[in-house]
Design a protein around this ligand. Structure first.
Ligand SMILES: [Zn+2]
Ligand SMILES: [Zn+2]
Ligand SMILES: [Zn+2]
Length: 203
């Protein structure tokens, strides 16, 4: 086994709705009770290696349950990409593999999520109208105070309203920040942020 081989693990955090892409060495993954958290700290993938099998517990954006999936250790450490999907929605909830195929699978999944969200949005409803209204108002407030900027230094941004989130895009570098707008706690989270930083894309 290549102990220093790198694996990329990706999922969409169901709490903050950001795509999370993490890289770990096979050695790190083999360490007992590996947890791969979202930077928000509220969700993460648990990896458990037991001899020839790997078991993953994946938080799911689509059905909001946790899925337990497993595969062989060989596949987990050597396949180009493994896709684990949500039985309830049929959509992928986690990818494991080499960084490039995992990044492109993730990009496709994000596009699918955007389409699903805008289809739902086109029907004139949000997941929670009240929450969406409050989130938009708070975002406008933060924007008026000049509190929205991108890590590339740009202060111009575009806003896209989805079914249960709002996305801010940097006008210069295409960096994006997704703000969840689904529950009351999303409002609380946003209200305690004086500024918002869009993660810029380096080219
Ligand atoms: Zn998160
Ligand atoms: Zn699911
Ligand atoms: Zn930018």
């Amino acid at each position: 086994m290549l102990e220093n081989a790198k694996r990329t693990i990706a999922f969409i955090c169901p709490v903050c709705r950001q795509p999370v892409i993490l890289e770990r060495s096979a050695f790190q993954l083999a360490a007992a009770g590996s947890r791969l958290p979202c930077p928000c700290g509220k969700a993460g993938v648990d990896v458990e290696m037991m001899g020839g099998q790997v078991r993953l517990r994946v938080p799911c954006l689509f059905c909001e349950q946790e899925h337990t999936v497993s595969c062989s250790t060989t596949a987990f450490l050597h396949e180009k990409t493994l896709a684990f999907s949500c039985a309830a929605s049929g959509l992928d909830c986690c990818y494991v593999g080499e960084d490039e195929p995992v990044f492109s699978a993730m990009r496709r999944l994000e596009e699918t999520v955007d389409v699903l969200e805008s289809e739902a949005g086109a029907q004139g409803t949000f997941l929670n109208d009240l929450v969406m209204e409050e989130i938009l108002e708070e975002l406008r407030d933060i924007g008026r105070r000049g509190g929205i900027s991108c890590s590339c230094g740009c202060r111009e941004y575009k806003m896209k309203i989805n079914y249960s989130s709002v996305e801010l895009f940097c006008a210069r570098c295409d960096g994006a920040l997704k703000i969840p707008a689904a529950t009351m706690s999303d409002i609380e989270d946003l209200c305690c942020k004086p500024t918002l930083l869009i993660r810029g894309r380096e080219r």
